[in-house]
Ligand binder design. Sequence first.
Ligand SMILES: Cc1ncc(COP(=O)(O)O)c(C=O)c1O
Length: 384
Amino acid sequence: MISQRVLKMKKSAIHEMTRLSKQFEDVAFLSWAKPTSGTPEHIRQGAISAIQKGITDGYSPTDGIEELRKEIVAKLHRDNNIKADLSEIIVTVGAIEGLAAAVMAVIDPGEEVIVPTPTYSTHIRQVILASGKPVMVPLIEDKEFTWDIERVKNAITPKTKAILYCSPSNPTGTVFLEQELRKISEIALANDLMVITDEAYEYFVFDDHQHFSIGSIPEMKKNCISTFTFTKTYAMTGWRIGYVHADQEVIQHIRKAHIPFAICAPVVSQYAALAALQGSQECVKKFYQHYSATRNLMCERLDRLDSVFSYQRPGGSYLMFPQILIDEGKDSVAFCKRLLTEAKVSATPGRAFGPTGERHIRLSFCVEEEMINKAFDRMEVYFK
Ligand SMILES: Cc1ncc(COP(=O)(O)O)c(C=O)c1O
């Protein structure tokens, strides 16, 4: 009764850990990749006033309300150096629906999509859901999880159709360098591949790292689909609102996939997103400062556990991906289960992020400093 493509999808280790964590009291949570702060008040008010005006009860145009799309065009121009036209934007149900519609629009059954490993597990599932084949190309961990360009080239076959990545990365926190992404674009153009990006953490980039949108390269116009979200930037996880940009020739086909998934993005959330883009950006700065401080704290606390973990300092996002040095780390799922039951610390097993994720845990620093200290105080006792 059940399709092969869904049967091929493994149970999510992330959701499994969340379910298990709920069985314990007073857990120190470092396993959730969602902002713990609430949505800023002026954004909530934008939604409330739209409800009160009675303009949120029906569908919006499939692509989203024009006012919002105009703001998105201005933002893409200003912050991503992407010269988008209004007709090239679709507002989606989070970045996730934009990505799913993009993958559906590009991938035929049996076609291959190159994804770096470790990577965000949802990308792998989306390719499987489109009956495509994810081809995992390991990143170079010792070099801060950078692309192995030769391996990417060698992974290309006549069936390769696309490259799909997130930067800044979930789970590693890597911000891919402009020069690396330019090489990826050269490979894409030489082999006529589509590059699909997930830029969910674009505003959370630390030190001298810089976020680069591959869609800003003029030659990539017809070979790139870029997805973005309000989820992380404005702590709007539950509003389910994001957007996708692609050239007109491509976006018209993404639209065909978007309609049966969603018809349109939630209209009330579109008005909240409008308030987010039109209002003060102080909240983004505040989130940034918070994550920057919690990243530093998490790195300091990891330094004190250097016989248990080694790590690459994350350049962006609010996630990091330490390697487990002790023997028990061979099986990251068993390791995380023990950490939860015996130390009451919840982390995500690295195996969820592709084959090279094993022997790692993903830790999230979008929490209060007290949560990080509580988790690490417990781990210091546990690993003594
Ligand atoms: C890389 C990445 N992309 C997308 C999402 C989810 O985005 P949205 O809520 O906009 O669908 C997440 C959430 O954890 C993520 O880590």
